[in-house]
Every structure is written in structure tokens, then in C-alpha cells.
Design a binder for this molecule. Sequence first.
Ligand code: NAD
Length: 343
Amino acid sequence: MTARIPATLIAGDGIGPEIMAATLTVLEALQAPFDWDAQVAGLGGVNTAGDPLPQATLDSIRKTRLALKGPLETPSGGGYRSSNVRLREAFKLYANMRPAKTLIPGGRFDKIDLMVFRENVEGLYMGYEHYIPIDDDPHAVAIATGVNTRQGARHILDYAFQTAISMGRKKVTVVHKANIMKALTGIFLETAYQLHKEKYAGQIGLDDVIVDACCMKLVINPWQFDTLVTTNLFGDILSDLAAGLVGGLGMAPGANIGQDAAIFEAVHGSAPDIAGKGIANPIALMLAGGLMLDHVRLHDKAQRLRQAISETLNADGVRTGDLGGKASTKDFTDAVVARIRHS
Ligand code: NAD
């Protein structure tokens, strides 16, 4: 019998509860041995516990060291600080792995198999920001501080090189803006070449590209890239671009890996525009469940899940609206479960 695995569950905001219910249904069909401890965060945390990241949620993850998380709403401009960013800080989740792989053949970009590794706890993304008031304008000047460290760069780069090599990948491309942000992103580029020379030369190739050129190249010829590794903000943007190449945000999962825990999630947000309608595409969160199964070395179940999703999309032609289909979240989930039962 497979040992039970305690794990924290955060359904999240907006479409979160709908796609989480779908994901739990397929994990159940796979007999995934997770013992879930349900907790709240984001807007759900504010509404039910008066806190966007309640202590009970932190305590649960500290205990289980493993979580599946739906999208969490973060107010733009003002309001509370992102619970996602705080979770990454709290558990030192320094590596964010976001695979983008074609699931539906024959689209505008076919046979995409890109891996994006994003530094997850440093850089301009951390929200170290303030305003300077002048006269009667409290927001006259805005200042943001970006911090990248040699040690932080080594952490994510080491993880990216090792994971890419273990996956049989051939080339890592560092994405940066070291021509302009010579210190902030230069340190990342410099560390990548140092580390490659020290530990990985001969095992995997390394080159680099400036972030603006990378965006253009990804749209013109994405097949020239294999594995991208980059700083926090660029990784946030590039991984959405990569998701767009494979059919949109509904298809892109992410793994946040760190010293003290691993948290799996969809790349997309809480999609308030379609929340509660039962039409959200649950694939990204289901695939995040697949990455979580891989993480606990249940590769066979992870593979069955990916296969069932692919067959549902392609052999059965069951697709949600964002993919041009008519299926509801539940229709799609039922079809995946049927495929799992026959696998
Ligand atoms: P979003 O990703 O929620 O939505 C962007 C667009 O993609 C919307 O049109 C939405 O309907 C569509 N979309 C997203 N996921 C979909 C799915 N599974 N199926 C079908 N369509 C889908 O981005 P946003 O609107 O910029 O952000 C909304 C909220 O989510 C914000 O509060 C933001 O801070 C938060 N957010 C959270 C996370 C996270 O928790 N990891 C990530 C990104 C954004």
C-alpha cells in the first residue's frame, strides 16, 4: 500500500474553488495518496480569517512541507501585499519551474516543449517600493528597489541546470537585461557563466539573450529555445508568453520549490471575469497536481494524468471555451476521470 502523504490545500479565490474541485476529483480517480489539510489565503483568508495569510495556513505548510494552491487575488495599486510573494518568502521557495508544452497539436505554434525557470524570491518583483510626496501630491514620485544576490542567483541557477540535465535537455538560455541594468541583472548573467564553467560545462549548453530580444524570438521561432532561466520579474512575464504559445494560461502549471517546502499552482490568476460560471479550464491546476505527483515520485500517476488530459482534449475533443470548445469545467473533469479509469 502507498504511504499517505500529508499536504496543505488552498482552494484560492475567483475560479480557484471550481478548478480545485476538478483537480481533486482527478487526483482521487488516480488514488493519489494525499491527506489534505484545507486552509485559506488571499481574499479567502481576509474574508474568513481577517488575514490574507493566516498563521494557521503557514503552520500547516510548515508541517506538511507540501501544498497545492489555487490562484489568490491581490488588489492592484493599494491593499494588502501579495500572499503568493509572502508564501515564497516564508518558505524560501527560490525556484519557480513553469513548463510550457503543446497539448493540442496543429495550432499556430506546434510541438512546443519549453521549460522556464524563474528566480522566485529576489529582484524587482519583491515589492520593496515607496512613494515620495511632493507638495499636495502624495504619489509624486515612486521608487522601487530591486535586490539580486550572488547566492540567490546560484540557488536558482543550480536548480535549473540540475533539473534540465536530469530531464535530458540540451541547452539553458539565461535571459537578462545586463546591457542596461548592469548590476541588477548582470550579477545573474555573470553567476550563470561562472557556475556553468565550475560544474556543468560538458553536460549541458549555455547561452544568453536580452529579454526584449527574447520576447521577439519566442514569437518568431520559439523552437530555438529549450530551457530559459531568468530573474523574478522577467520570468513572470516570459512564462505567461510561453503559456500563450501552447494555448493560453489555462494550460500552464507551476512548481515553487524551496528549502522548506514545495507549493504547486496554476500560472494563471483568479480570473474574476469568469468566476462562478463553471466554465474555467482546470488543466493548469490539474497539471500542477501532476508536477506535485512527480515531486513525491509518483511518476506513474503523473504520467497517467497527463495522458488522460491529452486524450480528453484530442481523442475525445472535449475542450473548455478558452480552447474553442463548449465543455464546462465539470464536463471536462468527468471526461478526464473516464480516461483515467480506462488507463
Ligand atoms: P488572470 O490569469 O486571472 O486572467 C487573465 C485572463 O485569462 C482572463 O481573461 C481570464 O478569464 C483568463 N483565464 C485565466 N485562467 C483561466 C482558466 N483557467 N480558464 C479560462 N480562462 C482563464 O489574470 P488577472 O485578471 O490579471 O488577475 C486576476 C487576479 O489574480 C489578480 O488579483 C491577480 O493578482 C491574481 N493572480 C494570482 C496569481 C496566483 O495566485 N498565482 C497569478 C496571477 C494573478
